[in-house]
Design a binder for this molecule. Sequence first.
Ligand code: NAP
Length: 331
Amino acid sequence: MTALPTRTLGPLTSSAVAFGAMVLSPGVYGETDERRATAALRAALDEGATHIDTADGYGPDGHNERLIGAALKGRRDEVVIATKFGFRLPDGVEPHPFPVNYGFGELAVNADPRHVRGYAEASLRTLRTDRIDLYYPHYPDPQIPFEDTVGAVADLIGPGLVRHLGLSNVTADQLRRAHAVHPVAAVQVQWSMWQPVDAELLAVARELGVGIVAWGPLGTGFLTGTVAEVAENDLRRHLPRFDAANLKANRDRFAPVRAIADDLGISSGQLALSWLLHQYAHVVPIPGSRTPAHIAENLAAARIALSADTLARVDTALKATAFEGKAAVVD
Ligand SMILES: NC(=O)c1ccc[n+]([C@@H]2O[C@H](COP(=O)([O-])OP(=O)(O)OC[C@H]3O[C@@H](n4cnc5c(N)ncnc54)[C@H](OP(=O)(O)O)[C@@H]3O)[C@@H](O)[C@H]2O)c1
């Protein structure tokens, strides 16, 4: 295994770039299958990822967690397993609407504390492990006081089912309130060159010593510069920035950033990941991929240092770029 530089997320240590496994389940970003998904997970481990991000809601019936449980056989102690709950609901759990900006209109969530232990026990079974290293409510449930959800996760830490509390898709205020209930190790938010992080959330994370796990760090693939069209079976069909006309305009507008990557002799995806790493000492991007060569390329970004001049060039190019369509899932 190749060792990568590390970062801390509160008390947890992670490779500076980790691996997001969502893309390995069917119905996400194009074709995949069991063999390809398993090869991708092994490549991530072999290239030095020590943190794998999943959720009970990725793929049908715990599909994504099951893949990870199988691929980690004999290698469990090499990684931080991060998973999330309360977004794809088992039978008998009442859906609570959660509005999002995607074409779907709204998601169904349920983070009622009465269900949290059951969610965790199901994830432990599918992941074939005795502990979840980092456990997140996937979205805050609008019908449940957030402190109650957080308290239910904290209750799993004493008995050892969960090691650390994470939060996902939260506001600065929710982070502060949660941290008062139990120390938060990391907040997971959408953050990339084309979707800035909420400045207030970042400020509170800095103040409280909370890590940030950046989801969608490659702009769901766009920032690699390789997405020219989106297939029928690809979730990005629902994302405004990937609408055919917007995609073309956005590719043209991203050309100045691609040119900077070319000058540096790195890929634009690597520039996007390295740029993120330079924004905060405790941010860990979790790019996802089904392709071993892409995974190696992404993880290698953990070793790329950008000069102050390069960072200024990138920021100038980004400031001059207004992308077409909304990228934020949650306002
Ligand atoms: N908390 C939340 O609500 C939330 C929401 C969404 C995602 N997430 C997490 O964040 C992780 C990452 O986000 P994401 O998957 O949405 O987006 P992403 O990592 O920004 O992009 C993934 C896409 O980029 C492509 N890609 C990756 N590396 C590439 C490379 N080097 N060259 C060319 N294409 C490349 C992948 O295709 P290939 O397979 O072809 O490489 C895939 O289509 C997910 O896996 C999930 O764990 C969390």
